[in-house]
Design a binder for this molecule. Structure first.
Ligand code: NAD
Length: 456
């Protein structure tokens, strides 16, 4: 499998992909190794994750460079992702023991009944991952899964293979046995081969289209299935905001990581009284973004990770313009080698456009004017996705009233494009099933076992 640099189309590496037989062998190794890993006291498993944290911190600059080279993420954003990873590891290190501790829910008084819950590992799990935040979306799964005593077959995205191999190497050097965390290398074929093994759970991050296939395949085997899928995340800007600072914050939420975040702002609704001023400030902000070599410290917008996305963005832009949208900046792929697309803003958007209802996953955003809160809420909910949604207003009461009515796993007041390890990360509808992060996202890698104990 060729690993290419999306900025230049140059080949970075040739890596051997796993065929079905190799995947089978890896599964059998993980199955054999898991019981001994689960039998260790939790403090020993935690010690390996603490050592992994040290490795990540020590190698941060090399890891950031690899991430930038293979995914195209601007170098400062790659560093941010690694810094964010350290915070997530700290959360799991601090919270896991308490979250996985057996609970006595009815005490044995005078030899009567005692009731207990223990948290048993699922066994061997498949972790099929995305490329856009490989350290975040991967570690949200494999770190708590390992701490809970599972073996993990980790399939990084084919667009983040080198990062996946770095992760496997660092875990090995940190004391996680080679057969307990096993990378499976390849594209969708390797992922499909992994799902044909007797795994006890599948934890997937990726698109809705692939998620549906994964769910169908896992459903036949009745295994635990979690899907973290796409989003079409809206922001509503009320008339009482400071226009310039709201425009700057929302533009960053839309264009950070070149719009390739599951929780990127994908559409904006603006209250009529400030609509024109907001659009002007927003476009000014976007025109100021520095596009260029992702290894350059000053770059804010790099290339798209995948070439195929360019055609999707072109289609969305062309359809939006045909349906009355006003193209205020960008709109085109940039010529030359690599996967480059201009940051694009379309005003006068409406819900007949795919731009406002289907995931774009790139540097393209639609802005629509609304008459008030009711119209904004109706439009925010007019999509099959439900990952995040946010509102900018000075009024906390108004924000809460709006956000209560929005169908999304995560809601934001005066912020956006934000994930916290302390809060559950989940989606509604086409955005997925299940959750990661928070203490629930530790317990999710276990099966609660109910103990009814009557003394003799
Ligand atoms: P994708 O669906 O193309 O691929 C995801 C993974 O699935 C890859 O590892 C791929 O090789 C594998 N795969 C593909 N076909 C498969 C098959 N038939 N069987 C098994 N595995 C298969 O998604 P992507 O392009 O890597 O990621 C982008 C998508 O992920 C976006 O929609 C984005 O919103 C979503 N995402 C969601 C979250 C979240 O937390 N909700 C986080 C990051 C990304």
């Amino acid at each position: 499998m060729k690993i290419r640099n999306p900025a230049t189309a140059a080949t970075l590496a040739d890596v051997a992909a796993d065929d079905s037989r190799a995947v089978r062998r890896k599964y059998l190794r993980a199955r054999a190794a898991q019981p001994a890993w689960a039998a260790l006291p939790i403090r020993k498993r935690l010690a390996t994750i603490a050592a992994f944290r040290e490795r990540v911190a020590a190698l941060r600059e090399t890891l950031a460079r690899t991430l930038t080279e293979e995914v195209g993420k601007p170098i400062r954003q790659s560093r941010n992702e690694l810094n964010g990873l350290l915070g997530r590891l700290d959360f799991f290190l601090a919270e896991s023991t308490r979250s996985l501790r057996p609970e006595t829910v009815l005490a044995d008084v005078d030899g009567k009944m005692e009731e207990r819950i223990t948290h048993e590992p699922l066994g061997v799990i498949a972790n099929i991952s995305a490329w856009n935040y490989p350290y975040f979306v991967g570690s949200n799964v494999f770190v708590p899964a390992l701490i809970a005593g599972n073996a993990v077959l980790y399939k990084p995205s084919e667009y983040a293979t080198l990062t996946g191999l770095h992760i496997a190497q660092m875990l090995k050097e940190s004391g996680v046995p080679e057969d307990v965390f096993v990378p499976v290398i390849g594209d969708g074929l390797a992922g499909a081969a992994l799902l044909r093994q007797g795994v006890d759970g599948v934890f997937f991050t990726g698109s809705y289209a692939t998620g549906r296939r994964i769910a169908a395949s896992a459903g036949r085997r009745m295994i635990k299935t979690q899907l973290e899928l796409g989003g079409k995340d809206p922001i509503y800007v009320c008339e009482d905001v400071d226009v310039a600072s709201a425009a700057a914050a929302v533009a960053d939420g839309a264009f950070y990581n070149n719009g390739q975040s599951c929780c990127a702002v994908e559409r904006v609704y603006v209250a009529a009284p400030i609509h024109d001023a907001f659009v002007a400030a927003f476009v000014k902000e976007v025109r100021g973004f520095r596009i260029g070599d992702p290894l350059d410290e000053a770059t804010y917008i790099g290339p798209l990770a995948r070439r195929a996305q360019i055609a999707l963005l072109e289609r969305q832009v062309a359809q939006a313009v045909k349906l009355g949208g006003r193209l205020l900046c960008g709109g085109k792929a940039l010529p030359g080698r690599g996967n480059w697309f201009q940051p694009t803003v379309i005003a006068g958007a409406n819900h007949r456009m795919d731009l406002m209802r289907e995931e774009s996953f790139g540097p393209v955003i639609g802005i629509q004017q609304v008459a008030g809160d009711d119209e904004a809420v109706a439009l925010m909910n007019d999509t099959d996705y439900g990952l995040t949604a946010g509102v900018y207003t000075k009024s906390e009461k108004r924000a809460k009233r709006i956000l209560e009515r929005v169908r999304a796993g995560t809601v934001y007041w005066n912020c956006c494009d934000r994930v916290s390890p302390r809060l559950p990360w989940s989606g509604v509808g086409h955005s997925g099933i299940g959750l990661t992060l928070s203490t629930y996202g530790i317990q999710t890698f276990t099966r609660p076992k109910a103990w009814h104990l009557r003394g003799a």
